[in-house]
Design a protein around this ligand. Structure first.
Ligand code: NAP
Length: 293
């Protein structure tokens, strides 16, 4: 269905996820101006300069990771990454929708300063819940690659029972890992119990660390601290999914000889096509809503 006919959108930077998204937006009728993406086809216009990409568009889509601390556009394909600055954003009229996966503080401030109407896609439940599927699979893949034992029968802990923790715990349980969910919220613990999972309140965790093969952390706070690490068997593997800097004291883990791995951006790494399709499911609706349709 050509639901986006008449709409011109810029997609700047990104990786295979944005390639999938551009193809989809063009397929549903949008004219898509791209910068730094190897994608061609009907309705897709490749721009040699970022400035050109922004002229005459009704919305801008930035890559899932947005920009780095230096405001460089995230890109898997560009050798020289353009800086997203005032000059560039001033090409967009105030109120223009800007869709980005994650908007770190400097980008958020700049978008606010230019009165651009930005949406952080990764904050939306419909994106985060679906992204939990490739994230969970990727986390399990990382554990399988690093452990000398199978997931089946492994003693696994999942810290946090939000959108990612729920899907991950369910996947582990379905693979016959002995899965314990650790959370601080009694409703989340009740939900985990109802799903047949073992549960621990966060305050009890310290007493249950003697016999764990793998811990998956989804809590974006410093929860796996020195006190916890000291009680873990040194063979325990920690896969930390929480956004940077993660929830683990990695220095202390190294000191104790515990393998702890920060695992950012799993959907884009393990299943870029799926991750791009997840974006494709939600972005057209957001664009239509912003355009008042
Ligand atoms: P979420 O739905 O908000 O869930 C977060 C969980 O952490 C909830 O159970 C929350 O419990 C708990 N929590 C938060 N702060 C806590 C604290 N100080 N102490 C104890 N528990 C705490 O978030 P999500 O969508 O699952 O995402 C979780 C993290 O994973 C985020 O940092 C996200 O960016 C990251 N992530 C990473 C990947 C990847 O590829 N590595 C993929 C997806 C998400 P309460 O409700 O009690 O606060």
């Amino acid at each position: 269905m050509q639901i986006l006919t008449g709409l011109t959108v810029a997609v700047m930077g990104g990786d295979a996820r944005e390639v999938t998204l551009v193809e989809y937006l063009a397929e549903v009728g949008a004219t898509v101006k791209t910068y730094g993406l190897p994608v061609k086809g009907p309705n897709i216009v490749t721009c040699p300069e970022p400035e050109e990409c922004l002229i005459g568009v009704q919305a801008l889509i930035l890559p899932v990771p947005g920009v780095n601390e230096q405001m460089e556009l995230s890109s898997a394909y560009l050798k020289v990454k353009p800086i997203i600055n005032e000059e560039l954003l001033s090409l967009l009229p105030a109120g223009t929708p800007v869709l980005v996966g994650v908007a770190r503080k400097p980008l958020r401030e700049l978008l606010e300063k230019h009165a651009l109407d930005f949406v952080e896609l990764m904050q939306l439940d419909e994106v985060a819940i679906l992204n939990a599927i490739p994230s969970a699979e990727g986390a399990v893949q990382m554990a399988m690659e690093r452990m000398p034992i199978t997931i089946h029968g492994a003693k696994a802990m999942v810290l946090g029972f939000g959108r990612t923790g729920q899907t991950l715990a369910q996947l582990l349980e379905n693979m016959y890992a002995h899965t314990t969910v650790v959370a601080r919220d009694s409703a989340q613990l009740a939900r985990a119990y109802a799903m047949g999972l073992k549960v621990l309140h966060f305050q009890e965790l310290i007493d249950y660390l003697r016999d764990v093969d793998v811990i998956f952390n989804t809590i974006p706070a410093p929860v796996i601290n020195g006190e916890i690490l000291q009680r873990l068997p040194s063979a325990t593997l920690i896969i930390d999914l929480a956004s940077a800097p993660g929830g683990t004291d990695f220095g202390k883990a190294r000191e104790l000889g515990i393998e702890a791995v920060l695992a950012p951006g799993l959907p884009g790494k393990v299943a870029p096509k799926t991750a791009g399709m997840i974006l494709s499911r939600v972005v057209p609706g957001i664009l239509l809503q912003k355009m008042g349709h």
